[in-house]
Design a protein around this ligand. Structure first.
Ligand SMILES: Cc1ncc(COP(=O)(O)O)c(C=O)c1O
Length: 456
């Protein structure tokens, strides 16, 4: 028989996968490889430290049978700990911030853990901050163990013992550049220490979101004010014990837009379905690789799976809401299907035989200055405030007339699949376009609906 004695045997020994089409598209001569940490049993790089921190704590006696593990996590470390805790029979409580995706917190609950959510905006050191909350819960819970991934030596040690040697072995010692984001710093610090011991010339590149402190902190020693960003699990607003700044040669800042776009491209073009921090890493890897020749071999970490972010940046609707959606992905159906409370999703219209005063009342009730006239779900005309008011000034009796007697021409009609460019073209000539799905008018797009999206 061939089998693993438990799921923990599957942690680590993840493969390298060559990046082909995207490297070509970006004109890269160097070889770029993805280290597929998303293939760990908990689908992230953090499975490695879950088991290593637990085993270290069992050894030094800080974790005893029947104990409860309490940790502050963006989700993945919790998953790694929860898998090991399930196998070994410990209880878990994890403290996340609201920024962590719903998928990760549900996943933790499915693994049997309790989950506490803290406000994302809480400042470090304040009682509501997720790290302070985790410390407090640990203090109040009998027989508890607080791993503190930000400072526990078993975090970088796991990568020194496993991730580093795997990269050295699987590249036959030919790796020239290693690219990793920095959350706790465990991955980059531990892996890089091993790699530099084998070959001090290997360059270590940190990938850091704009808004995080690491780049400025490394380059100047000063800690700048952090600003919010959307990528999960990486970057910090304060220096971290496990993030060894000295071992990193260069830190590259990456925007949310680049991170998400490249993570989405890795899925579509290479079939590598990954999270946002992987996009951050890949963006930094491309920037480094652009300057390198054929002899260079760049490896970046695929930190976790895209499945953790199906309701976030892997959703076109979410990307649109954050004004990050690639323009070529914006369709008429997506715009009408994701209208917000300020622009109601249901289509407001009038029938041709309604009385003009009723139609005007409906326009005023919904604060719209134009309204389509529909009959049997087809567009036969429109009422536009300026035109109607001019006519009413001339002839007040028209208030009691039928809409069909005074209506203007119909707004242009586009199919739900029409592209952003087609919509913009029509809106240059008309204040609104109507959207048709299966021969029925289902929505309207006005100039103000596309103004925000124009920022893309
Ligand atoms: C999605 C994701 N990417 C990257 C990282 C960074 O790894 P490390 O903490 O080893 O720096 C984390 C850490 O939690 C993470 O959750």
């Amino acid at each position: 028989m061939k089998f693993y004695s438990d799921i923990l045997g599957l942690v680590g020994n993840t493969p390298l996968v060559k990046i082909n089409r995207l490297a070509n598209q970006h004109g890269i001569k160097a070889q770029i490889f993805a280290k597929m940490e998303n293939l760990n049993p908990g689908f992230s790089v953090k499975d490695r430290i879950g088991i290593s921190m637990i085993e270290a704590a069992e050894k030094d006696g800080s974790l005893k049978p029947g104990g409860t593990i309490v940790e502050a996590t963006s989700g993945n470390t919790g998953i790694g700990l929860a898998i090991a805790a399930a196998v070994k029979g410990y209880k878990c409580v994890f403290v996340l911030t609201e920024k962590a995706s719903m998928e990760k917190s549900r996943y933790l609950k499915s693994l049997g853990s309790d989950v506490v959510i803290c406000p994302a905006a809480a400042k470090p050191g304040t009682p509501d901050h997720y790290v302070e909350m985790a410390k407090r819960i640990a203090q109040e819970t009998p027989n508890s163990f607080y791993p503190d991934q930000y400072n526990h030596p078993a975090n970088p040690l796991a990568h020194y013992r496993t991730t580093g040697p795997e990269l050295w072995r699987d590249t036959d010692g030919r790796i020239t550049h290693f690219v990793s984001s920095i959350g706790t710093g465990g991955t980059i610090s531990g892996t890089s220490r091993y790699l530099k011991e084998q070959n001090p010339k290997i360059k270590i590149i940190g990938a850091d979101p704009y808004g995080s402190i690491f780049k400025t902190y490394k380059e100047s020693g000063c800690v700048p004010e952090a600003t919010p960003y959307l990528v999960e699990g990486i970057g910090q607003n304060l220096p971290v014990g496990n993030a060894d700044m000295k071992i990193i040669d260069e830190i590259i800042n990456v925007t949310d837009r680049e991170s998400f776009e490249l993570a989405r491209q890795l899925s579509r073009v290479e079939g590598i379905f990954c999270g946002g921090s992987t996009g951050t890493n890949f963006a930094a890897a491309l920037k480094v690789a652009k300057e390198l020749d054929e002899d260079a071999l760049v490896v970046f970490i695929v930190c976790d799976t895209g499945e953790h972010y199906l309701t976030k940046f892997h959703s076109d609707e979410w990307m649109k809401e954050k004004l990050l959606l690639e323009p070529q992905r914006i369709t008429a159906g997506l715009i009408t299907g994701t209208k917000t409370a300020s622009a109601p999703p249901e289509l407001i219209f009038v029938a041709p035989d309604e009385i003009v005063s009723n139609a005007l009342a409906r326009m005023s009730e919904h604060s719209v200055t134009q309204i389509p006239v529909l009959e049997d779900h087809k567009s036969i005309g429109s009422l536009r405030e300026s035109g109607v008011l001019t006519r009413l000034l001339e002839k007040r009796d028209l208030l009691d007339a039928k809409v069909s007697e005074i209506m203007d021409e119909s707004f242009p009609v586009l199919d739900v699949d029409a592209s952003f460019n087609d919509i913009k073209k029509k809106l240059q000539k008309s204040p609104a376009v109507l959207i048709e799905d299966f021969k029925r008018i289902t929505g309207i797009i006005t100039r103000s609906d596309v103004l925000d999206l124009q920022k893309n």
